[in-house]
Design a protein around this ligand. Structure first.
Ligand code: MN
Length: 440
């Protein structure tokens, strides 16, 4: 390794967020594009290089994938032989970069410099542009991070209240909720990338009126619309991350589907929480949207109001209260096999906002490490189902098809959702495709 001096880590809005910036990749300048030059999500894909197929790091701009390894070889990120950064960009995942916050802004700035409409366009640049870009639609994106540990939180008070009401009508929100960011340790081995088919799990369930449990296919398969963060620098075991260090701990965000088998969950969740109802699969988007790209979309944290106690000092931070939220719109769509066959577009089931979360990612990280537990670069932390105050913002079918409580104090029969094909859904059917969108 050379002894180059890394720039100091900085955060906040900067010149890379300028809304007027345009790219020479035409599709990126379309106002409807998910991937303008201000976004530049980080991805990985399989490609041939010097006769071997192996994972490459990349980014997405407009309708194109940029091969970052090619840019590194061409010297865009420094001396390819001597410097740390270009060599790190030949690794198969983004974990090393995640763990080195000083490199985050450099990657973004150099990549954007290459893609800007006003970048120098000589013959050499034209050749590199041709060599480094490939159409997104012909590229299979793979997992951008190696996730060794996954924790899922429960940070929406609206979700916790709705679900609590169904399971415990007299005791919906447990007394710890407003004090402790609740979570459970999920399973990293079953995290899969978007597009991977999910097999309906089998398991043990017990109907309310049955004397004994039975084993068989899950009958209440659900999705949970969540966002995840990838941990940045992490911490040594025994050294909690203070609230003033949390900025270095979120490398970027992804969309997360915490697939849930509700009938298994109901029978198994007491006394230790979710287990086989959750760990059969969790789906991530193949894009890591960096925290830096999201800076302009920060907003105030959840407003607790006068009746809710302030969090304990280690979770109570002035900056987090004013800018700890993110104004990200989240949508869920469903397309059944029948709809696909008949050419019917996916139908929107819900629309919510990440700004409605009770706990911020900063609070989740401060809490997770407060006992000395160590987080590592690339660890995935899920937010929990994102549900808002309105019925249309409910982030899972368990809540969407809930019809409130009956006069007998028990939940009323579920109200099915009618699809454009005339089919009905209370939970997912075989062949359904679930599509999550997040934008800001
Ligand atoms: Mn969840």
């Amino acid at each position: 390794m050379s002894d180059e001096i890394l720039p100091p880590f900085s955060s906040g809005v900067n010149a890379t967020h300028d809304p007027a910036l345009q790219s020479w990749v035409e599709a990126a300048n379309d106002p409807k594009s998910d991937f303008p030059i201000q976004n530049l999500p980080l991805v990985a894909f399989e490609a041939e290089h010097h006769g071997h197929t192996h994972p490459h790091l990349g980014s997405v701009i407009g309708d194109q994938v940029v091969d970052i390894g090619q840019l590194a070889e061409a010297g865009i990120f420094g001396d390819p032989e001597e410097d740390l950064l270009p060599r790190a960009l030949h690794m198969p995942t983004w974990n090393f970069i995640a763990g080195t916050p000083e490199l985050w802004s450099v990657v973004r700035e150099r990549l954007q410099g290459f893609l800007r409409a006003d970048a120098p366009g000589g013959q050499q640049a034209r050749r590199l542009r041709q060599k480094a870009l490939r159409p997104l639609r012909d590229t299979e994106l793979i997992a951008p991070m190696a996730v060794f540990n996954y924790t899922d939180f429960y940070a929406s008070k609206h979700h916790a209240t709705n679900v609590g009401t169904m399971f415990r009508p007299d005791n919906a929100l447990l007394p710890n909720y407003k004090h402790v960011p609740i979570g459970y340790h999920g399973r990293a081995s079953s995290i899969v990338t978007s597009g991977t088919p999910i097999r309906r799990p089998h398991g043990q369930t017990k109907a309310d009126d049955a004397a004994a449990p039975t084993f068989g296919p899950c009958k209440m398969l659900d999705y949970e619309m969540e966002l995840g963060v990838y941990v940045g620098e992490g911490n040594e075991i025994g050294s909690p991350i203070g609230k003033d260090q949390v900025e270095r701990e979120v490398f970027g965000m992804c969309i997360l589907n915490d697939w849930s088998a509700r009938d298994l969950q109901k029978w198994e969740y007491q006394p230790l929480g979710p287990f086989l109802a959750k760990n059969f699969a969790s789906t991530i988007s193949p894009y890591v949207v960096t925290l830096e790209a999201l800076e302009p979309f920060r907003t105030a944290g959840f407003s607790r109001g006068a009746s809710v106690p302030a969090p304990l000092p280690y979770l109570n931070d002035e900056q987090d209260r004013t800018t700890g939220g993110f104004d990200i719109t989240l949508e869920v769509y469903l397309q059944s096999a029948e709809m696909l066959k008949r050419g019917l577009s996916p139908v929107r089931l819900s629309r919510g906002s990440f700004k409605d979360m009770f706990w911020s990612f900063s609070q989740m990280i401060a809490h997770h490490t407060s006992n000395g537990c160590n987080l590592q670069p690339g660890d995935l932390l899920g937010s929990g189902t994102v549900s808002g105050p309105t019925a249309e913002s409910r982030g899972c079918l368990l809540e969407l098809t809930w019809d409130g409580m009956g006069a007998d104090g028990k939940p009323k029969p579920r109200r099915p959702i009618e699809l454009p094909s005339g089919e009905k859904r209370v939970f997912l059917a075989d062949g359904d495709t679930v599509i999550f969108k997040a934008f800001c």
